[in-house]
Design a protein around this ligand. Structure first.
Ligand code: OGA
Ligand code: MN
Length: 218
């Protein structure tokens, strides 16, 4: 794309903080992640999408679909970059990708993400976003877009220690907070929500051909 260069949103000190946390713990929770105006624009876009723009997570044979619904009941809408606000969000993630690669040599190659909607009663049971050697997703990110979230709304993300299975982090989906974690390391779940819950789940990936197999089609 041509035009003026995008402003640098992700500052060096933030890259340093993120890189240190990923090295030491494998995850980091950032508050006030995006410039407020951008977070608000994303919120407006997500609310403007009609219910049928959000799809179940996978389309497959009936029994597979069924299985899937037992694990997760949220719906999603992939970002394509076809609106200005999506382009701005993807530009921030691109800055993050470049910064993290520079600091940690992770070889992050691209980024994919979708809006998630959890209606009251929805959940996503304990899972890992990537299994070692089987996926090219290496770094997971979740941005939360719920301005009036209250404790009684539940819907927390709970992250577990990969070895002891003890819970190590409970995250309320508070507006403009962003969780980053290593995709193949941490089992996590979304507890049943009592209120409409919006987020953008995304994954930085390494080049799939490195592993000699191609990505499954979406
Ligand atoms: C996911 C996921 C967590 C959340 O989409 O894989 O774990 O808090 N989402 O929305
Ligand atoms: Mn997940």
């Amino acid at each position: 794309m041509s035009g003026p260069a995008a402003a640098q949103i992700i500052q060096d000190r933030q890259i340093e903080l993120i890189s240190n946390a990923l090295t030491e713990k494998g995850y980091v929770l950032l508050t006030d992640f995006l410039p407020l105006a951008l977070a608000q624009s994303l919120l407006i876009e997500i609310h403007s999408l009609s219910d049928h723009a959000f799809k179940p997570a996978a389309i497959g044979r009936d029994n597979l679909q069924q299985l899937n619904e037992n694990i997760r009941s949220n719906t999603l809408h992939w970002l394509t970059g076809n609106t200005l606000v999506q382009q701005q969000y993807l530009a921030v993630k691109e800055q993050l990708r470049i910064g993290i690669n520079r600091a940690l040599f992770m070889g992050l190659f691209d980024f994919e993400c979708h809006y998630s909607h959890y209606a009251p009663g929805d959940f996503y049971k304990r899972h890992v976003d990537a299994f070692k050697g089987e996926s090219n997703r290496v770094l997971s990110t979740v941005l939360y877009l719920n301005p009036d979230w209250q404790s009684k709304d539940a819907g927390e993300l709970v992250m577990y220690d990969p070895i002891s299975s003890a819970s190590i982090l409970t995250v309320q989906p508070l507006f403009n907070s962003c969780l980053l974690f290593l995709s193949d390391k941490f089992p996590h779940e979304v507890l049943v929500t009592q209120a409409d819950r919006y987020s953008i789940a995304g994954w930085f990936r390494v080049n799939g051909t490195l592993f000699g197999n191609l990505d499954p089609p979406r």
